[in-house]
Design a protein around this ligand. Structure first.
Ligand code: HAM
Length: 412
């Protein structure tokens, strides 16, 4: 994160915290390093994350440690270790922080990236799924993101998943030759993942494949119907996506993914779902859970691809000569900060004793959009010079009292 991008990170972090706190979620912070078994057991040996993407190493005592590739397994580890079930029957937790995956870096795919995530642990109710999806929807709207899509599917319970895996294997049995190398090896290791392969050849083989959600048992089918029905009642649009299966083994039941065209078809800006067996499998109680994580870098790419709030990231530089003008410049900065309510707007003053020329150079370097110049002469007349650094608007003399309004007019 470079200094010029800091404002947008703050916007996401503070917006997310606002929504979490207003919804009764508490923050949880887990360590960057965990025992490797937390992930191999939690996420699953056959997943891409565990088999290819973890930063794993032995420490000096030959213990295997891993830099967390995601937040859910460590949270469940902490939830069990600290007996959070005794604190409340349902825990609503959130986190914001870095995750690490050894992937080939490219646009929107980093080895250290950041997630905003939430988990509801302690219930099987479809209303928890609905709350998670509603929260994602509200958060992206608060960030100002337009045109995101929510894709929805249900994998069913463990038994449904196993039954479906057999059906899919059967379907693929005599078609393996047409699949890509990855998918051929997935047939035995993790057959569901074949469904979301982006390879064209695999795609055409899969058009006739059975759908996961068509294979649900009574209870899972009912759960899925309730999620869809209530999302519709809440006016939250979603697309049922037959081959959405997700890359982590812990998912059961509802799964969802949020996409945005700016990232490309392959990558989601966020994803989540139910993991009703994970707490028990990691040594805790038999309780259901659901959650999601948004990728901050990908959301930022998406936000920057559209017209974000005018004024966002804009800068005003006040260049002054002489002590009196400097003091007036500081008052002016305070006034602009108070009166111009514009997200990400920064007002810089000169705190050195440098010449006007060198202040103009600093203003240019700082990326200022507007420079306000005030020397002794201007001060005597109660005016300042407002200069647009892009050169699009002519320079003007403006009364000191009207400067805040002038800045608002020019930047909004
Ligand atoms: P995930 O789908 O692996 O799910 O990651 C969630 C989001 O993190 C992705 O949709 C993407 O936006 C972002 N992300 C993942 N890998 C990278 C990367 N290498 N570079 C940039 N962004 C990335 C999970 O992590 C689950 N723990 C989500 C969850 C929480 N499910 C239930 N609770």
């Amino acid at each position: 994160m470079l200094p010029q991008d800091a404002w947008i990170w703050h916007k996401l972090e503070s917006g997310a915290r606002e929504i979490f706190e207003a919804s009764g979620y508490s923050e949880i912070r887990t360590p960057i390093l965990e025992d490797t078994a937390v992930f191999t057991r939690g996420i699953g040996q056959a997943t891409d994350i565990v088999s290819k993407e973890m930063f794993t190493f032995l420490d000096r005592k030959e213990r295997s440690l891993t830099m967390r590739p995601e937040g859910t397994a460590p949270i469940v580890r902490a939830y069990i270790e600290h007996a959070l079930l005794n604190v409340a029957p349902i825990s609503k937790l959130y986190y914001i922080g870095p995750m690490f995956r050894a992937e080939r870096p490219q646009k929107g795919r980093l080895r250290q990236f950041h997630q905003i995530g939430a988990e509801i642990i302690g219930t099987n109710s479809p209303f928890a799924d609905i709350e998670s999806i509603m929260q994602v929807h509200a958060m992206l709207a608060l960030f100002g993101l337009k045109d995101f899509r929510i894709k929805l599917n249900s994998l069913g319970c463990r038994a449904d998943k196993a039954e479906f895996a057999d059906k899919l294997k059967d379907y693929l049995k005599d078609k393996a030759a047409g699949l890509c190398d990855d998918c051929r090896s997935r047939i035995d290791k993790n057959v569901l993942r074949v469904l979301d392969c982006k390879n064209e050849g695999c795609g055409s083989i899969l058009t006739g494949a059975p759908g996961v959600a068509d294979n649900l048992c009574g209870a899972c089918g009912e759960h899925y119907e309730k999620v869809k029905l209530n999302l519709r009642s809440l006016g939250i649009g979603f697309e049922e996506t037959k081959n959405l299966v997700r890359g982590l083994d812990y998912y059961t039941g509802t799964v969802f993914e949020i996409t945005h065209a700016s990232i490309g078809a392959q990558d989601a800006i966020g994803a989540g779902g139910r993991y009703d067996n994970l707490v028990k499998e990691m040594g805790g109680a038999d309780i259901g859970a659901v959650g999601y994580a948004l990728g901050m870098e990908r959301i930022i790419i998406s936000l920057l691809s559209q017209d974000i709030a005018p004024g966002a990231g804009k800068k005003v530089f006040i260049a002054t000569l002489g002590d009196e003008a400097k003091l007036e410049g500081m008052k002016m900065a305070r006034n602009i900060r108070d009166k111009v309510d514009m997200e990400g707007l920064a007002v810089l003053t000169d705190v050195g004793e440098t010449s006007l020329k060198s202040q103009m150079r600093s203003a240019d370097k700082s990326g200022a959009d507007i420079v306000i110049i005030m020397g002794e002469d201007e001060l005597k007349q109660g005016k300042a010079i407002v200069k647009d650094m892009s050169g699009k608007v002519p320079q003007a003399e403006v009364s000191i009292d009207a400067i805040a309004e002038e800045v608002r007019k020019r930047l909004c």
